[in-house]
Design a protein around this ligand. Structure first.
Ligand code: SAH
Length: 463
C-alpha cells in the first residue's frame, strides 16, 4: 500500500476529467497535475484514497511527444489553464475522448451508437486571446499591496497577474488603471476571511466586431466611493463604452451582485454574431451570460441551427436562452421561437435584441425553465417542433426534461458545457422516447479542460 511522501515512477497513460495526468502501477491509478500522456515521471505521493491516489510531479524522466512549452509563464500556478503544456492536436483528441467516454459510461449508450453519432470536434483557429470576458478577483498580498489575477488551482489564493494570455489585450491597461485608482483614492481590496475591503472582482468584456469595452467592478458595499476618479481614469481607453459597478455584500462564491449600476456610458455593449447568412447584433449587460469565445460561438450556433433543421414552419422552444443568442439565430428560419431564461436583465436584453434586429417572431419569458415550462405547456397546449436547451453546468432540471418529453418535439438540440451532465440527461431522454442522432464537440476553451458539445436527439416514434 502506498502512503504520503512515497516517491514513485509512473508512466502517464491518460487524462482525468479535469485534465490531470493519470498513470497506473499494478492497476492502481495516480492522478498527477501537469503530467501529459506519454510522459514517464517521478512523482511524490500527496494523498492516498481507497481506489486512487494523488501525486505531485517532481521530475520528467522521459517527455511525451505531445508535450510543449507552455506559452504562459503562470502555467502550473494559475488554475485557469490545464492543458497548455500539450500540443493543440492532443488537446482536441482529449476532448473528443472525454465526450465519447462520458456518453458511453454515464449515458449508458453503446460504443457503436456513440461512434456513429460522433462528428469531428470543431477546432479553434485562435488558441490565445480568444476570451471576450474575464473576471479578476482582487486581494492584498502580505506586504499590503493590492493584487489581482486568477485563483490557483482549486483554491482562492490569488496568483497576481494582469496579462492572462487568453483574454483581451486591453485587460492589462484597465487593471493597472484600477489598481492605480485604488491606490490614490485609498480603496482597498475585499478580504474573504474578514469580509472587509471594497473591491471583490473586476469584470471586463469586449464586443465581437464592435470592439466595445465594458468594465464592471464588483464591490462589497451599496455605493462606489471615488467613482468620478475611476471614470476619469478609464473613459478614454479606446473602445470604452460602459463602466458600472455591482454590489455584492454577501459572503458567497457567486461573483456578481443581483443588479448593476452604470456610472459612465451605456448600460450595455453590443456584440455581433455572423454565420449562415445571418448577422445579429446583441446588447449585453453586465449580469447577462454570453459565450466567452465569440468566434467559436458562431460555429457552435451554426451547428445547432443545422441540427434543428428548420424549414420555416416550426415552433421552437429555446430553454436557458440568456440574451436570446440562439433564439434570434433560429428565429430567421422558424415560424415562432419562445425563449425562457431566469435572469431578468438577460430577458430585457433578449427583448431589445429582437426589436433592434427587427425580429418579430421571438417571444421571451423570464423565470426558471422548470417552473415556466409546465405552466406554459398546460396553458398553451401547443407542442413545439424543436426544443433547444443550453443549460449551465449542472444540466437540465428533471421537471424541465419531463415537460419536454410530454411535449414530444420531433427534435431536441442539446448544447452543453459539461459532458457528464449532458450524458446523464441524454440517458433520461433515451429512456423516454429519444435517440441520439449526432453530436459535435466544439473547442470553445483552448488550453483548458473544458469542452462544449452540441447534440441532436430525435423522437423514435414521431407523434
Ligand atoms: N443560450 C444562451 C445562454 C446559455 S448559459 C447562450 O448561448 O448565450 C445558461 C443560461 O441559463 C444562463 O443565461 C443562466 O442565467 C440560465 N439559467 C440558469 N438556470 C436556469 C433555469 N433554471 N431556468 C432558466 N434559465 C436558467
Amino acid at each position: 500500500m502506498y502512503k504520503k511522501n512515497d516517491i514513485i515512477q509512473l508512466e502517464i497513460s491518460t487524462l482525468g476529467s479535469e485534465g490531470e495526468g493519470i498513470g497506473k502501477i499494478d492497476g492502481f491509478p495516480f492522478f498527477v497535475r501537469g503530467a501529459v500522456p506519454g510522459d514517464v515521471i517521478e512523482a511524490g505521493v500527496t494523498k492516498v484514497r481507497k481506489n486512487m491516489a494523488f501525486a505531485r510531479l517532481i521530475r520528467i524522466i522521459m517527455s511525451s511527444n505531445d508535450r510543449v512549452e507552455p506559452t504562459c509563464q503562470y502555467f502550473g500556478k494559475c488554475g485557469g489553464c490545464q492543458l497548455m503544456n500539450m500540443n493543440y492536436g492532443a488537446q482536441l483528441g482529449y476532448k473528443e475522448e472525454k465526450v465519447k467516454n462520458d456518453l458511453i459510461r454515464i449515458g449508458g449508450i453503446d460504443k457503436d451508437t456513440v461512434e456513429k453519432a460522433a462528428q469531428a470536434i470543431m477546432a479553434a483557429a485562435e488558441t490565445l486571446h480568444y476570451r471576450n470576458k474575464e473576471q479578476y478577483p482582487f486581494g492584498t498580498d502580505k506586504d499590503g499591496n493590492t493584487i489581482c489575477g486568477f485563483y490557483a488551482y482549486h483554491s482562492h489564493r490569488i496568483i497576481d497577474q494582469t496579462d492572462c494570455l487568453l483574454g483581451n489585450k486591453e485587460n492589462i491597461l484597465i487593471l493597472e488603471k484600477i489598481k492605480e485608482w485604488m491606490k490614490v483614492s485609498g480603496v482597498t481590496a475585499y478580504d474573504e476571511t474578514t469580509g472587509r475591503g471594497l473591491v471583490r472582482h473586476v469584470m471586463i468584456r469586449k464586443g465581437n466586431i464592435t470592439n466595445e469595452l465594458m468594465v464592471c467592478i464588483v464591490i462589497n458595499s451599496k455605493k462606489l466611493k471615488a467613482a468620478e476618479l475611476l471614470v476619469d481614469m478609464l473613459k478614454d481607453i479606446e473602445g470604452m463604452t460602459s463602466i458600472s459597478y455591482s454590489s455584492n455584500t454577501e459572503n458567497t462564491n457567486v461573483i456578481m451582485g443581483e443588479s448593476s449600476n452604470v456610472i459612465w456610458g451605456s448600460d450595455h455593449i453590443d456584440t455581433v454574431i455572423e454565420g449562415n447568412d445571418i448577422q445579429i447584433t446583441y446588447a449585453l449587460s453586465p449580469l447577462s451570460f454570453y459565450q466567452v469565445n465569440s468566434k467559436q460561438t458562431e460555429r457552435l450556433y451554426s451547428k445547432a441551427l443545422e441540427y434543428a433543421d428548420l424549414k420555416g414552419r416550426e415552433t421552437v422552444w429555446d430553454l436557458y436562452c440568456g440574451i436570446g443568442t440562439i433564439s434570434l439565430f433560429l428565429a430567421a428560419k422558424a415560424a415562432k421561437v419562445y425563449g425562457v431564461e431566469i435572469v431578468p436583465q438577460a430577458i430585457e436584453n433578449a427583448k431589445n435584441n429582437a426589436r433592434n434586429n427587427n425580429i418579430e417572431n421571438a417571444e421571451f419569458i423570464c423565470g426558471a425553465a422548470e417552473e415556466i415550462l409546465p405552466a406554459f405547456y398546460r396553458k398553451n397546449g401547443q407542442s413545439p417542433d424543436v426544443v433547444v436547451v443550453d443549460p449551465p453546468r449542472k444540466g437540465c432540471d428533471k421537471i424541465c426534461l419531463d415537460t419536454i418529453i410530454n411535449a414530444a418535439p420531433r427534435r431536441i438540440v442539446y448544447v452543453s458545457c459539461d459532458p457528464a451532465t449532458l450524458a446523464r440527461d441524454i440517458k433520461y431522454l433515451r429512456e423516454n422516447g429519444y435517440e441520439l442522432k449526432a453530436y459535435t464537440p466544439c473547442d470553445m476553451f483552448p488550453n483548458s479542460y473544458h469542452v462544449e458539445t452540441v447534440c441532436l436527439l430525435s423522437r423514435k416514434d414521431p407523434v
